[in-house]
Design a protein around this ligand. Structure first.
Ligand SMILES: O=C(O)CCC(=O)C(=O)O
Ligand SMILES: [Fe+2]
Length: 248
């Protein structure tokens, strides 16, 4: 399996890395710690968003297509990219990982999970691949009016990076209505809490995949997170999902 990047859609790695560096990472980290999610404003330009969403019909980019209704996942569909990933996604994935890896290590320490994450995404992917998790997980989702994504967790094997990123490629109010990104947090022996994350086109949300630590009065406890999308009321909505572990 080759990991060389494909050349479309075109983007400069310097631009993307520079764009990531302009984000307020101390603020993003603080929000991840406090809420289990954080918005990364204007991660992609509208041109990048259109270019990525425009890949959906071209099956040469993908390893599989999932019709959500067939699996009880909701309504709508998505496709997993194949390796080599399109250039922009191949750059985005390790760059985001680099900014999130310290948070992931801190979370695991706080939860007493004896797993650390190496500084480089390639090193973490090698761990996944050595354990048989070799299939790429970045995905493109497509929803039409009436579609929705049930609350779920993107776990694909033993190796899990505890934070993932979803990027809204469509413009709310213009391309679609409804279709809000939703997170729920299940607390031990308590009722669940929901959070709706407002996103504009090109914004990303970083959020907990499965568990995250919460600081309580009597120490740290673990909460169980799920994410999904409320019903699309009209139009079409595309999302790019960036998951850092690969799949079995
Ligand atoms: O469409 C969305 O906003 C959610 C996508 C999703 O479930 C994911 O990226 O894992
Ligand atoms: Fe998901």
């Amino acid at each position: 399996m080759t990991m060389t990047a494909r050349k479309s859609p075109q983007t400069s790695s310097i631009d993307l890395a520079a764009q990531l560096n302009t984000l307020d990472w101390p603020q993003i980290t603080a929000e991840l710690d406090a809420q289990g999610c954080a918005v990364l404003k204007n991660l992609l330009t509208p041109d990048h968003c259109r270019a990525i969403a425009g890949l959906y019909p071209d099956d040469t980019h993908f390893r599989s297509r999932i019709v959500m209704g067939r699996h009880g996942f909701g309504r709508g569909e998505y496709k997993y990219f194949s390796y080599p990933l399109p250039d922009l996604i191949a750059q985005l994935r390790p760059a985001l990982y680099g900014h999130l890896q310290a948070v992931a290590n801190r979370w695991n320490e706080a939860m007493g999970i004896d797993v650390g994450y190496p500084a480089a995404h390639t090193a973490f992917l090698k761990r996944c691949h050595d354990a048989g998790q070799t299939r790429p997980t970045p995905l493109l989702l497509q929803y039409e009016a009436g579609d929705y994504n049930c609350l779920h967790q993107d776990l694909y094997g033993e190796h899990v990076f505890p934070i993932q990123v979803a990027i809204l490629l469509s413009e709310p109010g213009r391309d679609f209505t409804g279709g809000e990104f939703v997170l729920t947090e299940q607390r031990p022996r308590m009722q669940s809490r929901a959070e709706v994350v407002p996103l504009a086109q090109g914004d990303a949300v970083a959020f907990a995949v499965h568990h995250r630590p919460v600081q309580g009065t009597r120490g740290t406890y673990r909460v169980n997170m799920r994410h999904g999308v409320s019903r699309i009321r009209s139009g079409q909505r595309h999302t790019l999902g960036v998951i850092f572990h690969d799949a079995k």
